[in-house]
Ligand binder design. Sequence first.
Ligand SMILES: [Zn+2]
Length: 70
Amino acid sequence: MTRGKQKIEDQKRAQEKNAPKKGSQIESRAAAFKLKCHICLAYIINESQVAQHYENKHAGKPVTPLKTDA
Ligand SMILES: [Zn+2]
């Protein structure tokens, strides 16, 4: 009984090892973009989100995202 369960656990662990890490993908994308809202300083990871962010959060404000070096 326990041996069968162990096998499934081992398979799960092996799959997790092979699966790409989602967190690191998001981080690298944000690093590639380097844009920040100049009002609330939120990171914006792609160009289409810049306009959307200003529209949603700061309607009527100029769309002038900051470029960050970090
Ligand atoms: Zn903002």
